[in-house]
Design a protein around this ligand. Structure first.
Ligand code: FES
Length: 180
């Protein structure tokens, strides 16, 4: 998949590529909720409603949970060194926004304490009964031969055991690192 992108998406992607890479820059929850970039505390998820660019693939190869898109998009990028996934930070119980707890290496939902491992897999005996969905993720070509960057599409979600074409095993649900 190698769709063309718009000039607006290109600008957003460049901004994202410059602004970030804060692997390990944990934002501590205040009480049971994190603070948005506008200073408001929230628990309700607000998953982005349009695709966004996330910069070059290679920068995400070191394994970890990349949080830079959580505040504004409600998406975490997660690398295991072999492939990259984009987790939708929308609890499958009642839709609150789980946050990444680096010291516990898991996602925690602030509403009813459902826990998810770094791949978004729900832990046993939680209010949430389904793992976190994953957003479509692909490489797109920048205008003018400027290379390829990641595009995350939160409007297309994949479930852990979704039927054909809608499950985590769909080719659009992850990106493999070429040298892995
Ligand atoms: S909304 Fe997440 S556990 Fe209830």
């Amino acid at each position: 998949m190698d769709p063309k992108i718009t000039r607006r998406q290109f600008s957003a992607g460049l901004g994202a590529a410059i602004a970030l890479v804060c692997l390990g820059c944990e934002r501590q929850p205040e009480g049971d909720a994190k603070t948005t970039s506008t200073g408001k505390r929230r628990t309700r998820s607000n998953l982005a409603k349009e695709p966004f660019l996330a910069g070059p693939l290679a920068q995400y190869q070191p394994p970890g949970v990349y949080e830079q898109f959580w505040q504004d998009k409600d998406v975490y990028l997660v690398s295991n060194g072999q492939k990259l996934i984009a987790i939708a930070s929308v609890c499958t119980h009642l839709g609150c926004t789980p946050y990444w707890h680096a010291d516990e290496a898991r996602f925690v939902c602030p509403c009813h304490k459902s826990l998810f491992d770094p791949q978004g897999i729900v832990q046993p005996d939680m209010k949430a009964k389904r793992s976190l969905d994953r957003c479509a993720i692909a490489l797109v070509t920048l205008p003018g031969g400027a290379g390829k960057v990641i595009q995350v599409d939160p409007t297309r979600l994949f479930r852990e055991n979704g039927p054909d074409g809608t499950g985590w095993d769909s080719p659009d649900a992850s990106l493999a690192f070429p040298n892995a």
